[in-house]
Design a binder for this molecule. Structure first.
Ligand code: ADP
Ligand code: ASP
Ligand code: MG
Length: 405
């Protein structure tokens, strides 16, 4: 059971979470709980670091940010004990989560949950701090924003769990962020590939790395609300029939629309750029790269990265430009994206044409566009992201099937 920031934002909510956990254990389950920092805490810590330092060291960011989850794990253990179930809290490192040595954006490379298993054996509910691990060098690391989801799925896989419930403030995954699109519909089920692409392109209801892990280990994820009833979305393997059904659901097989607001486009053209592509890619090796086009013969490359997990995005862009100034490298910031996501959507040129058409008709500048198998994505000015998402949702998911035909 994973509870996100809003679910543990106040002591009152923590009590509610604890009661639910105790009830679940009373039903006879062994329970491992993963908690996020109390809502808003991580953002506050990031703001404090940036106020103190123009370029906060990534290592210290990790030490700082993990303190948020550490506070909530201990408070949660206390609350669960008060609710009548014996509980013990463990940090990511204590839980055996070993990661790469990449500060602020680490990946889990191994999970040895002996301590967790021992504590379950003793009859305890185990409360694990989400979003964190330790590298082989013993350094504290974090898994990128939203990384508590990843902790939960990784533990579910390592413990051979029956199920992995991810609780947040929405009762599932919707066809768009319900805060942005009023008519967004909850999806009953969703294929891993679609959810992973939705998350990569900005739907933060589940974390992309978490979904990738779930797919690899075939763990079904249930996204549900801490505050609501039984409604949920099941993220699972799409068998052939489900794929066919999903495709029929909407125009071009689009299941969801999403946006993100933290993109940089790195562009380099001209003779001087020849040869520097490798160095630039090396410099981006720890970033979340969303698209990269390299044309060695034309001395041109065009790369889009997400900056959410960089300790100082503005400084990063400035340093990159300065380092490759002679090659003519240009970084454009202030960009976001709007994506249409669905199984195989990227394989259908008509889907890209329709997305471009919708944005053009609304005079939204499309800086560039790219496709992956499960998505069509347009880069747009950050101020246009919400409007683009609303328009795409209306055009692709709200128009009745007969009208679209
Ligand atoms: P938690 O803190 O519990 O991890 P998050 O804030 O990370 O929760 O994720 C839940 C939020 O994700 C919702 O409040 C919602 O605004 C947002 N969201 C974005 N896209 C979607 C979507 N497609 N479906 C549901 N929620 C979405
Ligand atoms: N507290 C971290 C964040 O806000 C991790 C998480 O909530 O999953 O991103
Ligand atoms: Mg989250």
């Amino acid at each position: 059971m994973k509870f996100g920031g809003s679910s543990v934002a106040t002591l009152e909510r923590l009590r509610g979470v604890a009661a639910r956990v105790a009830r679940t254990r009373a039903e006879g389950w062994d329970v491992v709980v993963v908690v996020s920092a109390m809502g808003g805490t991580t953002d506050e810590l990031v703001a404090q670091a940036r106020a103190l330092s123009a370029a906060p060291p990534a290592r210290e960011m990790d030490v700082l940010l993990t303190s948020g989850e550490q506070a909530s794990m201990a408070l949660c253990a206390m609350a669960v004990a008060e609710a009548g179930a014996p509980a013990v809290s463990l940090t990511g490192a204590q839980s055996g989560i070993v990661t790469t040595n990449v500060h602020t954006n680490a990946r889990i490379i191994e999970l040895r949950p002996f301590r967790v298993e021992d504590e379950l054996e003793r009859g305890n509910v185990v409360i694990v701090a989400g979003f964190q691990g330790a590298s082989y060098a013993g350094e504290i690391t974090t898994l990128g924003r939203g990384g508590s989801d990843t902790t939960a799925v990784a533990l579910a896989a390592a413990l051979d769990a029956e199920r992995c419930d991810i609780f947040s403030d929405v009762d599932g995954v919707y066809s768009a962020d319900p805060r942005v699109v009023d008519d967004a519909q909850r999806l009953e089920r969703l294929a891993y590939e679609e959810m992973q692409e939705l998350a990569r392109q900005g739907a933060r209801v589940l974390n992309a790395q978490a979904v990738e892990l779930a797919r690899r280990h075939q763990i079904a994820i249930y996204a549900r609300s801490t505050f609501g009833g039984a409604a949920h979305t099941r993220v699972e393997r799409a068998d052939g029939a489900a794929r066919a059904r999903l495709r029929e659901l909407s125009a071009h097989g689009v299941t969801g629309v999403t946006g993100r607001k933290d993109l940089l486009r790195i562009l380099c053209e001209g003779a001087c750029c020849g040869g520097c592509a490798e160095d630039v890619l090396e410099a981006l090796s720890e970033c979340d790269v969303l698209s990269s086009g390299i044309e060695p013969r034309r001395d041109r490359f065009d790369i889009v990265i997400a900056t959410e997990n960089l300790p100082d995005p503005a400084g990063f862009a400035a340093r990159l430009e300065a380092r490759f100034v002679e090659a003519g490298l240009v970084v454009r910031d202030g960009l976001g994206s709007a994506s249409a996501v669905g199984l195989g959507v990227g394989d259908r040129p008509a889907a890209l044409l329709e997305v471009l058409g919708v944005l053009r008709a609304a005079s939204i500048e499309v800086v560039t566009s790219f496709t992956s198998r499960e998505a069509v994505t347009c880069l747009v000015p950050v101020g246009e992201v919400d409007r683009a998402v609303q328009l795409l949702h209306r055009a692709l998911l709200e128009v009745p099937a007969e009208a679209a035909a």
